[in-house]
Structures are given as structure tokens and as C-alpha cells.
Design a protein around this ligand. Structure first.
Ligand SMILES: Cc1cc2nc3c(=O)[nH]c(=O)nc-3n(C[C@H](O)[C@H](O)[C@H](O)COP(=O)(O)OP(=O)(O)OC[C@H]3O[C@@H](n4cnc5c(N)ncnc54)[C@H](O)[C@@H]3O)c2cc1C
Length: 511
């Protein structure tokens, strides 16, 4: 148990959330969203302008939603990962940007700080969330180091009880808006080189010598309510604001990033459910050529895929809620976390594209939920691991497991790894996998494995009692997708891009 000083207890924040049940907290938050988005201000209008109107933000924060993941002994609600997933899911039904804002605060600041923060400063930092409506975020990405984040150049040196951090960070969600940041940096050794490991520090921008200068705000394509930009870091962080790794800093970072990836389905579920509801409502009310849009077979196909995406995301939420608690070390669960993150973000984008198609031109207005959903969900395939890279890593990890088990048969591997799904796809996956695939083949293989694991999770969801008609439809949709992906995988294609392609390639010269 952490040491808690007498003065840490029974502060106003404690009273605020202690007596509430999770249901009450969630209901209050849902009501505040209704007031903020549907009465005080119309979400369809302000979503196409940047920022959040102050009255809307005040309304959204009125039930103290950021108390959810703050431990009880610091005055918070003490919510777990399962409860956070339910919360951010409720938020993303109304606004993906709001859900991501909660996701950033909870997954990228509060949870890692609760787990790795120094007890001496927890009370002071959590108090800012509870009583001053401050927010938190995480800065990893640098202009030259995004996917290659482990080679980041932000450095720190230690002197007189302070860590001096210097560098540049960009694209951190809530740039210029959050008051508290987890900054990542590498130690500069005495000979000047940067060490391999990564350390994390809490920076309080309102404290002396901890101000972060925003050099530029970006015109982000979507997620208008979240500010992004480029930051100059030149701060002095007190010793006790360094996060304390249990083993190495990189393991701590992986534990945190994997937990965040496991919580993506929370943002995905509410978002996809909203899209599904909008699609059903539109298809039911729109009549084309004297027929209800709902009666067209292609529309049925689109709606069943949306329902499959809703079901897959539900299955992921169940799984993540079971395994991603902060008491677990998730640093070695890259394969599982990467599958859940990449599939969730792919089906979010696919669902948004499908809704826009169904809405027709109406969906292409900036203030339509359909068009907005396309641009709002797109970066989920890029941040916290670009999906191209994650699928490659998924295949690599699976092949390593096969190698260790001396297993060559793909079905043999799946039988052990996806015990529920393997037999459902047996006729498709009964072949041997050899080593030495090109990267594009590994990406395709990663996508196949991810869909089979998704099938496994859906079967588990079914066993738990989820609606059978939804799970049965989803299994058909997934099997078709797996079959399509396998066809692509078996097709040899090593074509290389022709960089200087302009000569002899203009059609008009040949007409
Ligand atoms: C909306 C949004 C929110 C974000 N939020 C945060 C945040 O809160 N905190 C934070 O620190 N960062 C954040 N980021 C940054 C994000 O994590 C990075 O953009 C991401 O890691 C990719 O880095 P990059 O943009 O430098 O792209 P690059 O590293 O240049 O990669 C671009 C593309 O190149 C390809 N590629 C790269 N490497 C490989 C490879 N090895 N093999 C094959 N293909 C490859 C992939 O297609 C990849 O998508 C956010 C970004 C966006 C867009």
C-alpha cells in the first residue's frame, strides 16, 4: 500500500466521488453530454469549428469525469480499465474527439502516473484533475522520430535534484490545452551520447521552469476539438516527478502503450454504434425509386458489416476489460494489444466510409456526422503505432511463436493460439508457412491472423451470452474477409515502384 499522509485524506475531492456508484457517475456524464451537445449547443454546428466552446467544456466537466481513473485514496473514483472502456465508449457515441480527450487523459496520463508515479507528488498532481479541471497528455513523437520513436532525440541531464529536458515534440493531443504532461526523453551520458533506455517525467506547465512553449498550432484535418502542434521542450523537472520503472523505462513505456491500445475498442464501440444507428435510421427513412433504402441488397450488406464491426468491437471490449488492468504488466502482450488496436481502428474507418456512402451527398457536408466521422477516425490507423507496421509486427510475433514451437503448419499454430476459431477456418488455413516473407506478405499475414483472433474473441463473446444472431452474422462476415485476405496473400506480387515514371507515360502522346 502506498504511504498516504494525513493531509491527503478527506479533501473535498474525496467527498465528491466517494459515495457514487459507477452507474451514477456514468449516468451523470451521459446527461452532461446530452445537455452540452443537444441543448446548450448543437454539436453539428460547433463540430465544424475548432476548439470547444467554454460553456460546453464546463458542462462536460461538471460531473468530474476525469475522477474516474484516479485512485480512491487520492480522492478519485478508483475506476478500473473495464469501467474506463465503458466510459469512453459512452463518450464516443456523442463525440469521438471527446472520447479521445478522455482516452488521452486516462490512458496516457492518469493510469501510467497512478502506476509509476512517485507517491510524494501523487496527491498534488491528482488534485489538479479533481479540483482545477486540469488535463494531462503524453509527448513521445518528434518531428524526425514518429514510427521510429525509440530513437527520439529529446534528452535529459541530471543536476542538483532536477532533470533538465531539451528537445522538440509534436502532434501530442491537447497541445497548449493540457497543464500536465508525461514527457519522454533519453539520458545524455557524460560523453555526450544518448542512452538506449527511455525515461518518463511529469511536467507541470504552471510550475516554475516547467513551461512548455508551443511554437505552432497545426490545422489538423479532423478531431477539431483537440489542439495539436509543435512544442519546444526546455524544462527542469524535480526529481520526484520522474516515473519509476519496475524494470526498464522501455518496458514501462510498452506496458503503458499496450494498455492504451487495449482500450481503443472503448472509443471504437460507441463510435461504431452511433454509425450503425445513423445508418439504420437513414436507410429506414430514405426512399429511393419508390423503395425503402433498407430493402436494397447492397444496403443490407453494408448494414450487416456495420453490425459485425459493432460485435467485433464489443468482443474486444470484453477481452480488454478482462486482461488490461493496471495491476497487470502488459509489456509482453504486444501481439494481443496490436491486434486489438489495428483491427479496431480499421473497422472504425471502414464503418465511417460506409455511412458516408449510404448518406450520399448529404454526408459530404462538413457538419454531417458521416463526413466528419471519416476524417475523425482516420488518424486512429496512424497514431500509437501505424497499422502497416503493427500488422507486420503481428505476423513477426506469430512466426516467432511458431518457430519456438517448431510448428510449420498455420492451422497447427492457430489450433493452439485461437482455440475457438481455428476449426471454423480449417479448410482455409491448412498450409505450411515458411520463413523469409517480404514485408508486404507479412502485413497481409498480420491482417489474416488479426481477423482470425477477432473471430476467436467473437466466439468467446457468444459463449458469454451475447446475442446469437449478431455473433453468427459476424462470423460469416469475418470468414469471408479472411478468405479474401488469404487469396491476396497467396497471390505472388513483388512489383516495385517506378520512381521516375514520367517518361513515355502520358496517354495523349499515344492517341
Ligand atoms: C491525430 C493524431 C494524434 C496524435 N496523438 C499523439 C499523442 O498524443 N502523443 C504523441 O506523442 N504522438 C501523437 N501522434 C503522433 C503519432 O503517434 C505519429 O504520427 C505516428 O507515430 C507516426 O509517426 P510519423 O507521423 O512521424 O510518421 P512516419 O514515422 O514518418 O511514418 C509514416 C508512414 O510511413 C510508413 N512506415 C514508417 N515506418 C515503416 C516501416 N518500418 N515499415 C513500413 N512502413 C513504414 C507507415 O505507413 C507510416 O504510417 C498523433 C498523431 C496524429 C495524426
Amino acid at each position: 500500500m502506498p504511504q498516504i499522509e494525513e493531509s491527503d485524506q478527506n479533501r473535498p475531492g474525496d467527498r465528491l466521488v466517494e459515495d457514487k456508484s459507477f452507474r451514477t457517475l456514468l449516468d451523470e456524464f451521459t446527461s452532461s453530454m446530452k445537455r452540452a451537445f443537444h441543448t446548450d449547443d448543437n454539436i453539428d454546428q460547433f463540430c465544424s469549428t475548432r476548439g470547444i466552446p467554454p460553456a460546453v467544456l464546463t458542462e462536460l466537466m461538471s460531473g468530474n469525469p476525469l475522477s474516474l481513473c484516479i485512485p480512491k485514496q487520492y480522492g478519485g473514483f478508483g475506476g478500473n480499465v473495464k469501467e474506463n472502456i465503458a466510459f469512453i465508449s459512452a463518450a464516443s457515441y456523442e463525440s469521438l474527439a471527446l472520447s479521445l480527450t478522455l482516452g488521452i487523459n486516462n490512458g496516457l496520463f492518469i493510469q501510467p502516473f497512478a502506476k509509476y508515479g512517485n507517491e510524494k507528488v501523487k496527491s498534488r498532481i491528482f488534485d489538479q484533475f479533481l479540483n482545477e479541471q486540469h488535463m494531462g497528455g503524453l509527448m513521445i513523437t518528434e518531428p524526425g522520430f514518429g514510427s521510429d520513436a525509440l530513437n527520439m532525440q529529446t534528452s535529459f541531464t541530471e543536476k542538483d535534484g532536477f532533470f533538465h529536458l531539451k528537445g522538440k515534440k509534436h502532434w501530442a493531443g491537447l497541445t497548449g490545452m493540457a497543464d500536465l504532461w508525461i514527457l519522454t526523453a533519453r539520458k545524455r551520458a557524460v560523453h555526450g551520447d544518448l542512452m538506449r533506455d527511455i525515461d518518463m517525467f511529469v511536467c507541470d506547465v504552471n510550475a516554475p521552469r516547467q513551461k512548455i512553449v508551443v511554437e505552432e498550432f497545426f490545422e489538423n484535418l479532423g478531431l477539431y476539438q483537440i489542439p495539436y502542434g509543435r512544442n519546444s521542450i526546455d524544462v527542469y523537472i524535480p526529481e520526484e516527478q520522474r516515473l519509476i520503472p519496475h524494470t526498464s523505462g522501455i518496458q514501462m513505456l510498452l506496458d503503458m502503450l499496450h494498455r492504451s491500445r487495449f482500450q481503443f475498442p472503448g472509443m471504437g464501440l460507441g463510435f461504431i454504434k452511433r454509425i450503425l444507428d445513423e445508418a439504420i435510421s437513414h436507410a429506414t427513412s430514405r426512399s429511393i425509386a419508390n423503395k425503402s433504402l433498407l430493402s436494397y441488397d447492397q444496403v443490407q450488406h453494408r448494414l450487416t458489416r456495420l453490425q459485425a464491426n459493432f460485435t467485433i468491437c464489443s468482443a474486444f471490449c470484453l477481452k480488454s476489460g478482462e486482461i488490461a488492468g493496471i495491476e497487470h504488466n502488459l509489456s509482453s502482450l504486444g501481439l494481443e494489444a496490436n491486434i486489438i488496436k489495428s483491427v479496431t481502428s480499421d473497422i472504425m474507418q471502414e464503418s465511417a466510409q460506409s455511412l458516408l456512402q449510404l448518406f450520399g451527398a448529404r454526408g459530404y457536408q462538413l457538419n454531417s456526422i458521416a463526413g466528419r466521422s471519416v476524417v475523425d477516425s482516420r488518424p486512429f490507423q496512424i497514431f500509437e503505432g501505424s497499422n502497416d507496421i503493427l500488422y507486420h509486427q503481428i505476423a513477426d510475433s506469430a512466426m516467432k511463436l511458431m518457430k519456438a514451437a517448431k510448428e510449420h503448419s498455420f492451422y497447427g499454430f492457430l489450433k493452439g493460439y485461437t482455440t475457438r476459431a481455428a476449426d471454423r477456418v480449417k479448410e482455409l488455413v491448412s498450409f505450411n508457412l515458411n520463413y523469409g516473407f517480404s514485408q508486404r506478405k507479412l502485413v497481409e499475414l498480420g491482417q489474416i491472423i488479426s481477423r482470425i483472433v477477432s473471430m476467436d474473441h467473437v466466439l468467446y463473446l457468444g459463449e458469454k451470452g451475447f446475442r446469437k444472431d449478431l455473433t453468427e452474422n459476424t462470423l460469416i462476415v469475418l470468414k469471408q474477409e479472411i478468405s479474401t485476405l488469404l487469396n491476396t496473400f497467396h497471390f505472388e506480387n513483388n512489383s516495385k515502384a517506378i520512381v521516375d515514371y514520367n517518361e513515355n507515360s502520358h496517354w495523349l502522346d499515344f492517341s
